[in-house]
Design a protein. Sequence first.
Length: 336
Amino acid sequence: MADNAMPKISVIVPVYNTSAYVSRCIDSIYAQSLSKDEFEIIAVDDGSTDDSGKILDRIVKNCENMTVIHKENGGAAAARNEGIRAARGKYLAFVDSDDYISYDMLTHLLEGINKYHTDISCISRNEEAEDGSLLADVVVPPDNDKIIGMEDFFEELLLHRGDASFCTKLVKKDDIVAAGMFPEGTSNEDFYLWLKLIPDLRSMVIMPHRDYTVYYRSSSTTRSFSRDGAFPRAFADVIVNSRHAARLVNERFPHLELQSRRFMLYNMLDYLLHIPIYKMTGDNKFYVTVRKFIRRHIPAAIRNPYLKGREKLYILLMAPSPRLARIVHKFLREHL
C-alpha cells in the first residue's frame, strides 16, 4: 500500500499466545475480496511469550497492507486501543487472533453501511468447537437484512439476545474514539463500550451472512478457570457493567427498567452459580453485596416478565443461603 493511500477499513487483531492459530486468522483477513488498498491489517502483539510475535514478523514481510505492533502485555482492550491509535481507516473492524473470517466479510460490512446508511453494520457468526464441529448459535442470525435502532439493540443486549461483540461489526473510528475507546484493565469491555456508543448513534444493520467464526479454545475464554484455579473476573465484571447499564437506563431509557433489572439479576445469578464455594464467605465483600441484592429483590424477580421460570426458581433456591444451595446442588450432582 502506498504511504499516501488511505484505507477505508482498519482491521485490528490483538494477539496474545495464539501461535497455533494466528496464521490462519491473518490469512483469512488478507484474502478478503475487498481490494488490498481498501483495508489495512494492524496486528498488535500484546507481549506474547510464545512464537506469536515471530510469526507476525514473518507474515508481515509478504503482506503489503499489514502493520505489526509489539507492546508489553496489557490485555485485549489495551491491544485494541493501541491498534485504534495506529489505524488510518475511516472504519474499524476487529478480529480475535484465534478466530477467522470469510473472504467477503469486509465487503459485506461495507456494503451494509453504504446501502442502508446506518452508523454500524453487523454480520452473523458461527461458533466452532476445538474438534471442528459447529456449536449452537449464541445469537440467532436474521433471515434477511435487519435495520435496528440503537435503543432496540440496547434492549436486545439486556435480554441476552443481541451480539455484543465488536468482532462482527464495522464502526466508524471517530465514534469509538469519541466514546473513549475500550476500557483497559477489565473484561467484558465490549459491552461497556456499547453503553458509551448507544446514546449517540442511530441505527445498525444486521445481516444474515455467517462471515465470522468464533473458535472456542478451552484455554481462551475469559470465563475459564486459570491453571491456578483462579475465579475468572468476567463474572464480576459483567455485574459491574450491569450497574453501568442500570444508570444509563435510569438517565436515558427508563422504559427499559424491567429489562435492565432482569439483566442485573441474571448476571448475579450466573455469578452465584459459578463462584467457588470456598469464596462464598462473609469477608468477600463483592459476594456479600450480590447475596444481599438477590435477597432484597426476590419479589421483583418473581414479577419480572423477562426472567424465565427456571431462572426465577434458581433465585428462590439461592437467595436464602447461596452457599448452602451450592453445597446441596454439588452433593446431589455427585451422588445421584
